[in-house]
Design a protein around this ligand. Structure first.
Ligand SMILES: NC(=O)c1ccc[n+]([C@@H]2O[C@H](COP(=O)([O-])OP(=O)(O)OC[C@H]3O[C@@H](n4cnc5c(N)ncnc54)[C@H](OP(=O)(O)O)[C@@H]3O)[C@@H](O)[C@H]2O)c1
Length: 239
């Protein structure tokens, strides 16, 4: 890719910053949307990118900010959605469930919706969203698992619309397994580094994949989990 623009939504996260670095190295012009833009000023200066604030809990604000950034960039070939809320509390407090639904369902849908419509006008583009293998079955983080299932289903729906409109708009579901945020000190068997996840994600996006497991071994883990009958799956121990 060259002389192209990409937007990363949720740019404060370490994974987003790694994606930004790798895209910049490929000559892509970047627009970043971040909850805390001030914290990203050094990165903005380094990459020479555009940077706007984002509150993913406010669908109107985030759609408007997205559209403004889109205008500034004169469109974008790629939009990566990497905003998320998560948390595990076995008491299932509603405040936690609600915040996960606000960010991962309402906020995600607001951004995916506006990005897709801009791409329809532009007549091409690609949306990549980090979901999770957690979306494939219910789990202890009840709202998180359900929100990721929503995202996967929503992305599939957008893919259908792109086909119906006969437009080259690619929708890529990036199913992340486990990111090693401890940079080498986490579980090495299942966790992968930021560099590896970002590299595999961009490679899959460039190949126009619809769905990608990150890292690849999580495809097998997902297949095994999906094959387990309910009476075994529901007896999993997680605490
Ligand atoms: N980490 C894992 O092992 C793992 C496993 C499976 C799937 N995933 C999925 O992969 C993706 C990336 O994971 P991650 O660990 O890199 O996530 P993360 O570090 O928690 O990043 C989430 C991003 O969302 C932003 N965000 C949250 N609430 C927001 C709000 N109200 N307004 C604006 N931005 C908001 C955060 O901004 P702030 O930093 O400013 O809060 C951050 O940039 C997520 O979709 C996650 O669900 C992660």
């Amino acid at each position: 890719m060259s002389n192209l623009s990409a937007i990363i939504v949720g740019a404060n996260s370490a994974l987003s910053q790694q994606l930004a670095q790798q895209l910049h190295q490929q000559g892509i012009t970047l627009g970043l949307m971040a909850a805390d833009p001030n914290a990203l000023q050094p990165l903005q200066q380094q990459l020479g990118c555009k940077l706007v604030g984002l509150d993913i809990r406010d669908p109107q604000q985030c759609q408007q900010s997205f559209s403004e950034l889109w205008q500034q960039l004169d469109g974008a070939a790629l939009v990566i959605i990497n905003t998320a809320a998560t948390g595990l509390d076995l008491e299932l407090p509603w405040s936690l469930e609600q915040s996960i639904i606000d960010v991962n369902v309402q906020g995600f849908a607001a951004i995916a919706n506006v990005a897709f419509k801009q791409m329809v006008q532009q007549q091409y583009g690609q949306i990549g969203c980090f979901t999770s293998i957690a979306g494939e079955r219910g789990g202890p983080q009840v709202a998180f698992h359900a929100s990721k299932a929503f995202q996967q289903n929503y992305l599939q729906g957008l893919r259908l619309h792109a086909q119906r409109l006969k437009l080259p708009i690619t929708i890529t579901d990036l199913r992340l397994g486990y990111l090693d945020k401890m940079q080498g000190r986490g579980n090495r068997l299942w966790a992968a580094s930021l560099e590896k996840i970002a590299g595999q994600a961009l490679h899959g996006l460039q190949r126009g994949k619809s769905q990608l497991y990150l890292t690849k071994r999580w495809r097998l883990a997902a297949a095994i989990s999906n094959a387990l009958p309910e009476f075994i799956y529901n007896r999993r121990r997680y605490k």
